[in-house]
Ligand binder design. Structure first.
Ligand SMILES: [Zn+2]
Length: 141
């Protein structure tokens, strides 16, 4: 029994010595996997009840998709109306969460409101900047 242990010890130590001495140094390149998840900054003007209904769609997906979770992948803006794009890597489903209902024309209302108080594009741009809402471009269709 003792001889078997000694043989096993010598074989192990020989293997360890061999593995340390005989093998060349390995050059290992480590590549960090950096997922570039876009970050949302600032504020948006949101139709609260509509937006909550949109968020429920995300929650419903997370409950029904096996091992899947919606991840934020980007934002589209059309004037003051924003759409947040979410993707699931498991089922490849894509969702667009909007801040306003399509029928609710926030952009047109905002322009009418700014015009009614005697302001123009530059003043509206300044106003949106102060409340940290991304400015709308001059040409929103
Ligand atoms: Zn999914």
């Amino acid at each position: 029994m003792l001889s078997r242990l000694l043989i096993a010890y010598y074989q192990t130590s020989w293997f360890l010595n061999f593995s340390v001495v005989q093998l060349p140094n390995l050059c290992v390149e480590v590549e960090e996997l950096i997922e570039s998840t876009p970050k949302l900054t600032g504020n948006r003007i949101v139709d609260v009840s509509f937006f909550i209904e949109q968020i429920r769609k995300l929650a419903l997906h997370d409950q029904t998709c096996t091992m899947g979770k919606m991840n934020f992948s980007g934002e589209n803006k059309k004037g003051l109306v924003a759409s947040f794009i979410y993707n699931c890597k498991v089922c490849n489903r894509k969702m667009e969460i909007k801040t306003q209902n399509c029928d609710n024309d926030l952009n047109q209302s905002f322009v009418w409101g700014v015009s009614s108080i005697g302001s123009g594009y530059k003043q509206s741009e300044e106003l949106l900047s102060v409340i940290n809402v991304p400015a709308m471009t001059k040409n929103v269709c």
